[in-house]
Design a protein around this ligand. Structure first.
Ligand code: PLP
Length: 402
């Protein structure tokens, strides 16, 4: 019954779904507290107090308007967001530059719907958020993978070589899922130089689509590059899923600058896509809530503590991984590049990870640290045992043999 394309998608999505099912199976068998599900990116930090207060206040207002609205969202909310961004990024956005969306997933689909002709190419940097494949295929786009260079910054030569006359969109994601890497200023400069030169060569605009659900989850002092400062044809897709722990409420926004090529038509097409996709408009209540909570964010310390214990444990055990600077993931190299065996041994210790193959990058696994701190505390012993199972020279092993 189902289409060939969805059949392929079900298979490609296997890793995350498999991990989820395995965690559920093990919890039933061994008890919730004995299973360490580090597979999913579902935020567990509580939403800020103000969010709860605003929900309460609005839900008690019997005259609250629940009607359909303009597909871009409430003007007063977009105006607040524009004002807030103008202060933060020294931009000059008006309400027309902001479109409220159903999270980043909704935003990315709307942009791809608006821009892609069948066969147009969408470049993504390996490892990448696996949903990009489905999002591009929804609109008959073709995913082209770009390899990583050192420390999971992009390989610029590969990027340059993979841009063709069919390249329409390049998706960047920083802070990055699944590595926690932040693209440096040098990376932003280099990417924008390449895109500018390729635009000239092919004589048409290339959209840089910045996927930013983790923009506010940063654990270092360094400032994140703001992509529109580097490259004029940038659309930013933001979401409150992680920054306010509202993932299930589906709320975010797109910014399309006036300087973006043919911006008037692009904005019209993206707005139209909201209806064509069947979203109609972003959730009314949560538009109002984020409008009132624009200065709020979840307690970053909640995830910073998780990052410290998980990264500390991994390094102590001798695992190979780089320190995540943002988001809530660590990408760990599988011993001997054997992802399947590593996942299997981990499962035996009730540790549930997602294989790097799901992110287009085999030989690694992703560990998520958006769970409760206690889970990571309890997981520490299992991670040490797993290091011994894999014959990784862990500090505990060194001590044992002394
Ligand atoms: N992009 C990346 C890189 C993600 O990790 C996620 C969710 O985990 C999303 C997009 C989807 O976010 P949203 O809930 O805003 O649709």
């Amino acid at each position: 019954m189902i289409s060939k394309e969805m059949e392929r998608n079900i298979k490609a999505n296997g890793g995350i779904r498999e991990a989820f099912n395995e965690a559920r199976r093990q919890k039933t068998l061994y008890g919730e507290e004995n299973v360490f599900d580090l597979s999913i990116g579902n935020p567990s930090a509580p939403a800020p107090r103000k969010v709860v207060d605003v929900i309460k206040k609005l839900s008690e207002n019997v005259n609250l308007d629940h009607q359909y609205m303009c597909e871009s969202g409430y003007e007063e909310v977009r105006s607040k967001i524009a004002g807030w961004m103008n202060q933060k990024y020294k931009t000059s956005y008006g309400i027309n530059n902001i479109i409220m969306t159903n999270g980043v997933a909704g935003g990315l689909n709307m942009v791809l719907r608006a821009l892609l002709n069948p066969g147009d190419e969408v470049l993504v940097f390996r490892p990448y958020y696996p949903a990009y494949i489905g999002f591009a295929e929804n609109w008959n786009g073709k995913i082209i993978e770009v390899d990583p260079g050192e420390d999971f910054q992009p390989d610029f030569e590969d990027l340059e070589g993979k841009i063709t006359k069919r390249t329409k969109v390049v998706i960047v994601n920083s802070p990055h899922n699944p590595t926690g890497v932040i693209y440096t200023k040098e990376t932003a400069t280099k990417i924008s130089e390449i895109l500018k030169s390729k635009q000239k060569e092919y004589g048409h605009a290339i959209c840089l689509l910045s996927d930013e659900p983790y923009r506010d989850l940063v654990y270092i002092e360094e400032e994140l590059p703001w992509w529109p400062d580097f490259y004029q044809n940038t659309i930013v897709s933001y979401s409150f899923s992680k920054s306010l722990s509202l993932a299930g409420e589906r709320i975010g926004y797109l910014t399309i600058p006036t300087e973006f090529e043919d911006s008037e038509n692009v904005i019209k097409a993206v707005r139209l896509a909201m209806g064509r996709l069947g979203f109609v408009n972003a959730p009314a209540l949560f538009q109002r809530i984020v409008g009132e909570c624009i200065d709020e964010q979840v307690d970053l310390e909640y995830y910073a503590k998780n990052r410290e214990i998980l990264y500390g444990t991994l390094k102590q055990c001798g695992y190979e991984c780089i320190e995540p600077k943002g988001a809530f993931y660590i990408f760990v190299k599988a011993p001997d590049n054997n992802e399947e065996r590593f996942l299997e041994l981990a499962r035996k210790r009730h540790l549930i990870f997602v294989g790097g193959s799901s992110f287009g990058y085999s030989g690694y696994v992703r560990l998520s640290f958006c769970c409760k701190y206690e889970v990571l505390q309890r997981a520490a012993d299992a991670l040490k045992q797993l290091a011994d199972d894999c014959k990784i020279i862990s500090i505990s092993t060194i001590y044992k043999y002394r």
